[in-house]
Design a protein around this ligand. Structure first.
Ligand code: PMP
Length: 377
């Protein structure tokens, strides 16, 4: 019997890889200097570590060294990107985006920014022609994520970015769920946001890519770190952990993606065989490898997850848990409300095994069946 509970919520966060932790530890203790303290060796060591991290991250994404900025995570990076918009500008994004895009977009609308939310198709894809049709003379920024954290849809950010390039519009992509899981072509991306904790790195550190020539309007003002784009002492152990996580992902991502895809397929085949009334939300192909999102008819996912104490699962985005409303992502792709309330997101990661999947299917069969019996009684 494996150790319980079994973690299957890798879109919410991932455990820190022991190799990442090992690389970070000296930067809490002996190499604790402030990277801005260049008058002494302690500071220079910290500064060198931050610049080495910047180099590794630039390499991972295939961008220039001075196009990488450290932040506290993707929420902050997304907010900074949207802060480029001023009253009178037009923003294009979609209802599929993470709340750290959707909520600032709503606030911008109250301050005179026009916003268009594109409607995805039934698998969550944004149609490049629809984006083309939504562009206006005052469109300043388009923001479309590379991968969706609920239903795994992988957008064609090359095609979407190309349309923006043609029209001289900035293209921002939240690559938080995609980075380190699938190959990313950043050719047509002007700005991007990411967080280390989604790829077996630590929480509270992330970054953004900002192409040369784009002037950031900072949110944090102060000491002028990160070329003034983000004041505040850089999280040195975090930056070291994040680059170590990216380096490991660079080496292991390709092999792991194939394996996770087959584990995900075993899970879906098991559900089809054992649990009647189940349907997949999101795409069949062009989907994050470890992602499966399933709606179970005639049950509420909250009750199923509560009953399945041996598994750490979620429905929708963890950031919105506690709120009792259907997932905006499922609503955007046209999943009926009753089925949206019966949806569970399975997020497989590198610690999961075929045995975990077999136990999960068995637990789903028993609990979904039992809850349906109770509600029918
Ligand atoms: N964007 C996406 C797509 C995400 O999945 C998340 C994390 N749920 C974020 C942004 C925010 O990341 P963080 O909480 O690390 O700031």
């Amino acid at each position: 019997m494996p150790a319980l509970p079994i973690y299957m919520d890798h879109h919410a966060t991932t455990p820190v890889d022991p190799r990442v932790l090992e690389a970070m530890l000296p930067f809490f203790t002996e190499n604790f200097g402030n990277p801005a303290s260049l008058t002494h060796e302690h500071g220079r060591r910290a500064s060198n570590a931050v610049e080495d991290a910047r180099f590794g991250i630039a390499r991972f994404f295939g961008v220039a060294l001075n196009e990488v900025y450290f932040t506290a995570g993707a929420t902050e990076s997304n907010n900074i990107a949207l802060n480029l918009l001023a009253p009178g500008d037009h923003l294009i994004t979609s209802a599929m985006e993470h709340k750290s895009i959707v909520v600032p977009a709503r606030r911008l609308e109250k301050h005179g920014v026009e916003a268009t939310l594109l409607t995805p198709d039934s698998e969550g894809f944004i149609d490049p022609d629809e984006l083309r049709g939504a562009l206006r003379p005052n469109t300043k920024l388009v923001s479309v994520e590379a991968a969706n954290g609920e239903i795994g849809t992988l957008q064609d950010i090359v095609a979407l970015g190309a349309i923006c390039r043609e029209r001289g519009v900035l293209f921002h992509s939240d690559v938080t769920q995609a980075a380190g899981k699938v190959p990313l072509d950043m050719t047509n991306v002007d700005l991007a946001a990411f967080s280390a904790h989604k790829l077996y790195g630590p929480k509270g550190i992330g970054g953004m890519i900002v192409r040369r020539g784009i002037r950031i309007e900072p949110i944090m003002l102060g000491g002028g770190q990160e070329k003034g784009a983000r004041s505040g002492t850089v999280n040195v152990p975090g930056a070291v952990g994040m680059v170590t996580a990216f380096r490991i992902r660079g080496e292991e991502m390709a092999g792991e993606a194939g394996w996770l895809t087959s584990l995900r397929d075993i899970l879906w085949d098991g559900i089809v065989e054992e649990v009647p009334g189940a349907s997949v939300n999101g795409p069949r192909a062009r989907r994050l490898p470890g992602n499966l999102n399933v709606s179970f008819e005639r049950v509420e996912s909250d009750s199923v997850m509560m009953a399945m104490r041996h598994f750490s699962l979620s429905s929708g985005s963890a950031c919105s848990s506690g709120e009792r409303s259907a997932s905006p992502v499922l609503t955007a792709i046209g999943v009926p409300e009753a089925l949206a309330y019966g949806s569970i997101r399975f997020g497989l990661g590198k610690s999961n095994t075929k045995e975990h999947v077999a136990l999960l299917v068995d637990d789903l069969r028993r609990n979904v069946g039992r809850l349906r019996e109770i509600s029918a009684a």
